[in-house]
Design a protein around this ligand. Structure first.
Ligand SMILES: [Zn+2]
Length: 75
């Protein structure tokens, strides 16, 4: 389900998460060389992503299993 990004926070391991308008959070890691998201490292980069839609897996999975597989994908 597509949900807009309303903000960002970090988890206990210092990985960035996007806060979606549905209230769920989705990791947007910068984890080179596997995942390159330099924009997430700067406030300006993160601000530029606010309002962009991500595919919220949690919303999709809530119908199926509460603790389903969590995956990260580029929008
Ligand atoms: Zn959601």
């Amino acid at each position: 389900m597509k949900q807009k990004i309303t903000g960002f926070d970090r988890d206990d391991d210092d990985h960035w998460r996007a806060i979606l308008e549905c209230g769920h959070r989705q990791h947007v890691r910068h984890d080179p060389p596997l995942i390159i998201r330099r924009w997430v490292l700067t406030p300006a980069g993160r601000n530029s992503r606010i309002g962009i839609e991500l595919d919220c897996k949690r919303c999709d999975e809530e119908c199926e299993s509460p603790e389903g597989l969590q995956q990260n994908r580029e929008p």
